[in-house]
Design a protein around this ligand. Structure first.
Ligand code: BES
Ligand code: ZN
Length: 912
């Protein structure tokens, strides 16, 4: 999910992380838990989880995941009841056994925001449904007080911990009675600096640094906060109690039931939740203020921000309230909880997280300030809020049965967020922008190394990696394809019945298809299975023969080879005019599309043209024969094509030419046809293509690279000149977004005039930060222009940027600067910028922003830096945050030799 709209990463400074690690590995040195109201007194020395190998008494090596027959064993649901045997049978499994399942958690937590530790106790009502003498659940990096463990009156005779699996096995002397019993235990843990589990985030208040305690549990990190059945299918009710300093705001999923104060400490009891999955449980404790609104049905909605910033929460609040209203109607199901809170968190690994009733965001993904934020950040706040709130139904009320079906959650929320934002802001033309998602997914999915939307997950450590463009963007795109095939109304009705059928429970991909199939009578399952269970997608070859168009599908692969996949393709076509639309469900390899006179007169040319995959709703590419391609180019130049169709033909030709199925010259020729274009989303795709061409040609045809840049400049220059640098009164949101897009592109292509103007404006800006010459939208282009001329011997522009970064109070402005600090040719400057990652100037969550700025000219120096610092990087950046270091630097190279060198380096440095 790193590549999603809102950037994400983790936070806090290096020394702190080292400390936390030290503390985490020496639990013994922790302050002993204090007894307090409602707390269970811990009598016995906290027992560290014993490594299972030692506990099992010998020589057993810890299983590594990913291999071995038992890992492939089908998910827990079918695991045999374990009447006897040893704890060892639960090691290395994909899922927890199902002979015992939680029904209700009573969870007490007492975070210590100064020592950065927490203690807690949990009482879980567990239903034992088959004979067993074991209880098997999850826990990780917790210190459980062994003496406190009881199931009813029984103490375990055996406590085994599989660290690699995050699994805790409790063995009892005798078989457990069938039916419900209560499992209790006390534990302590560290408020870590890794932005997962129960962690601390830092903020400033009245000039002093303070800590807040925050949770981030998705995917498999609830187990780092309390022992639990940490899988989405084990839904249970939660009743939380927190003991925190009286002056702090303490939030959880449910509203407060009551609070009791004992001087500086308060005990807050929350209402009991409906059945929900562990990954959606959330807690936030810190100093906040809020703005509040109400849905039409009277649900209270709040946006919590740091003190002094609540104004910046108003836009998100408005989108939030509107989203809840819209989703209630769409799903014909009320918002299931009594309240919704949304909170901005200073250190946050993802962009946002849909915790039930308590949605958390990184600050830039939630806050919007009319004066200091850009139009594109407004849009991404709207999309993010709409996305997370879609999850309140799709994900939280109906939850995927297992991580294999994660795409249902993420693909659907991504698609739905566009539906919502389109209805709130029709002038944003968000469905045209959605094609960014589709093309991103098409690109990734044309690689042999891609994976199907539905992936088998054999181990908890495999879950993080599927939060990628396949789950999100291909997922959202095939949902759009299906909706457009079934029709918006039929689709919505079916979604509402799906929601009602599986509310408070779990569903698999097939369950959704079954409901859609039943409601519409269409072959949804067969159709969609070809898209979700196999990787890749087809290219449709279209050739004109007389009055027919012959079509043939073949798997498209970017390396130019052709795969053997076959799909059921909802094919659409338009010809000659936009009121003649044809649909065909292509099930075979080849088929004929009959075209009639409405397609124009083929012999006369002129108005004759045919476009397949109307508005890019299909997840496939189209390759036209020369005649059809020429007719389309003509239709483009005579302005007959819709925005989305304009995007489709250029992206297809771009991919086809990379795959060497079409010539590079034909791509340049088509691109030139866009030189008069003025639309934001079309030009944003053109920009993606031109940027890529400029990069490729620098290596592939260095002698021509200069000329190619001139041609690309020509294409972008006229719309850029029309817009200029200064915003115009009353201009559209899309023009406001287009301006920085074009200016930035021109600067990057080395357009002298634009660079000079950017530098000129920047110089005025450094003297007068309030100047109207550089509003938030165009700042990045000016910063980039400045960086073009910076070098170690001419560093005044660089120093000025660093100063802005240091002094600015505005989140977005700081990040804009951070994003360009590494984007220059000077090796010394690039290194200096990269090393900021290891200082307290850059929160860990923001490192990737700096990395993204690296230009191909600096690839060698950046790669060496990565190699030299790999140890430190892999220690500092937990979980999936480390991917960005690889994803930003490695793709800058283009040679086979380098590929070999890079593979060799990582061969011995793999990570889950
Ligand atoms: N459920 C995810 C957050 C998440 C991502 C948790 C990865 C664990 C691992 C959330 O709904 C989400 O998708 N957030 C996006 C932003 C959204 C607007 C696409 C993100 O964090 O990038
Ligand atoms: Zn999501």
């Amino acid at each position: 999910a790193r590549s999603l709209v809102v950037g994400r990463q983790e936070g806090s400074q290096l020394p702190a992380i080292d400390n936390a690690r030290e503390r985490a590995s020496s639990v013994v040195s922790m302050a002993p838990p204090r007894a307090g109201a409602g707390a269970v007194l811990l009598v016995v020395v906290a027992l560290l989880f014993v490594d299972a190998a030692a506990a099992a008494g010998g020589g057993m090596k810890m299983a590594t995941h990913g291999e071995g027959a038992n890992l492939k064993a089908s998910p827990g649901a079918s695991a045999p009841p374990a009447a006897g045997g040893s704890a060892e049978q639960f090691r290395g499994k994909a899922r927890l056994p199902s002979f015992a399942a939680p029904r209700r958690y009573e969870l007490f937590l007492r975070p210590d925001l100064v020592a950065c530790t927490f203690s807690g106790s949990v009482a879980i009502s567990v239903a034992v449904s088959a004979p067993t003498r074991f209880l098997v659940l999850n826990a990780l990096d917790l210190s459980v007080n062994r003496a406190s463990i009881r199931f009813q009156a029984l103490a375990p005779t055996e406590v085994v911990f599989f660290k690699d699996d995050g699994v805790l096995v409790l063995g009892f002397a005798k078989q457990l009675p069938l039916g419900e019993g209560v499992l209790k235990m006390d534990f302590t843990g560290i408020l870590n600096d890794q932005m997962r589990g129960f962690y601390r985030s830092k903020y400033q208040y009245k000039g002093k640094e303070r800590n807040m305690a925050v949770t981030q549990f998705e995917s498999v990190d609830a187990r780092r906060c309390f022992p639990c059945w940490d899988e989405p299918a084990f839904k249970a009710k939660f009743k939380l109690t927190l003991e925190v300093p009286s002056e702090l705001v303490a939030l959880s999923n449910m509203p407060v039931a009551n609070a009791t104060f004992a001087g500086p400490i308060k005990t807050v009891h929350y209402q009991e939740s409906p059945p929900m999955s562990t990954y959606l449980v959330a807690i936030v404790v810190g100093l906040f203020e809020y703005v509040e609104g109400m849905t039409t049905k009277g649900t209270r909605v709040r946006v919590y921000t740091q003190i002094g910033k609540s104004n910046q929460g108003k836009f998100a609040l408005d989108v939030g309230v509107k989203s809840l209203n819209l989703y209630k109607d769409y799903f014909d199901t009320p918002f299931p909880l009594p309240k919704l809170d949304m909170v901005a968190i200073p250190d946050f690994a993802a962009g946002a997280m849909e915790n039930y009733g308590l949605v958390t965001y990184r600050e830039v993904a939630l806050l919007f300030d009319d004066k200091s934020s850009s139009a594109s950040s407004k849009q991404s706040v709207a999309i993010t809020v709409a996305h997370e709130l879609a999850h309140q139904w799709f994900g939280n009320l109906v939850t995927m049965e297992w991580w294999t079906h994660l795409w249902l959650n993420e693909g659907f929320a991504t698609w739905m967020s566009h539906l919502a934002v389109d209805s709130f802001f029709p002038q944003w033309n968000i469905w045209a922008q959605f094609l960014d998602r589709t093309t991103t997914a098409l690109r990734l999915d044309s690689l042999e190394a891609s994976h199907p939307i539905e992936v088998e997950i054999h181990h908890a450590s495999e879950v993080d990696q599927i939060f990628d463009a396949i789950s999100y963007d291909k997922g959202a795109s095939v949902i759009r394809m299906l909706q457009s095939y079934l029709g918006a109304e039929r689709f919505q009705k079916a979604m509402a019945s799906y929601m009602k059928k599986y509310a408070y429970s779990n569903a698999k991909t097939e369950d959704l298809w079954a409901v859609l199939e039943k409601e519409t009578g269409e072959p949804v399952k067969d159709l969609m299975t070809t898209w979700t269970k196999q990787k890749g997608y087809p290219v449709i070859n279209a050739k004109i023969k007389g009055n027919d168009i012959e079509i043939e599908q073949a798997q498209f692969l970017l390396d130019g080879s052709s795969g053997s996949g076959m799909w059921i393709v909802p094919l659409t076509s338009r010809c000659g005019a936009y009121d003649t639309e044809k649909k065909l469900l292509l099930k075979l390899k080849r088929e004929k599309l009959v075209i009639g006179s409405q397609c124009g007169d083929r012999k006369k040319g002129g108005n004759f043209w045919t476009k397949l995959n109307i508005d890019g709703t299909g997840f496939y590419r189209v390759k036209y024969d020369d005649e059809l391609a020429a007719a389309l180019q003509n239709a483009l130049e005579t302005k007959k094509l819709s925005l989305m169709d304009k995007i489709g033909i250029v992206d297809d030709l771009y991919a086809l030419s990379i795959a060497r199925q079409q010539t590079f010259a034909s791509l340049l020729h088509l691109l030139y046809g866009y030189r008069g274009e003025a639309d934001y989303s079309v030009l944003s795709h053109i920009n993606t293509v031109t940027t890529s061409i400029a990069k490729i040609s620098a290596d592939a045809t260095p002698a021509l690279a200069g000329d190619i840049k001139q041609l690309l400049i020509k294409i972008l220059l006229s719309p850029a000149e029309k817009l200029g640098w200064d915003p115009k009164k009353g201009e559209s949101h899309l023009d406001v977004m287009l301006r920085p897009l074009l200016l930035t592109a021109l600067v990057q292509l080395g357009h002298g005039k634009t660079i000079n103007e950017g530098v000129r404006r920047f110089n005025i800006f450094t003297r007068d930060r309030g100047t109207s010459l550089l509003p938030p939208d165009t700042r990045k282009a000016a910063y980039l222009a400045v960086m073009q001329n910076v070098s170690s011997s001419n560093r005044s522009g660089y120093d000025a940027l660093r100063k802005i970064y240091k002094e600015s109070a505005e989140g977005e402005e700081r990040l804009q600067v951070l994003g360009i600090l590494s984007s220059c040719r000077d090796k010394g400057i690039v290194l200096e910028s990269l090393n900021l990652i290891f200082t307290s100037e850059v929160r860990n969550q923001d490192a990737y922003i700096l990395l993204r700025g690296i230009q191909p000219e600096a690839r060698e120096i950046s790669w060496n830096w990565l190699k030299e610092n790999w140890e430190l990087i892999s220690k500092t950046f937990a979980g999936s945050l480390i991917t960005d270091f690889v994803e930003t630097i490695v793709p800058l190279f283009t040679s086979n030799e380098k590929a070999a060198e890079i593979s060799k380096f990582f061969a011995t440095r793999t990570k889950p």
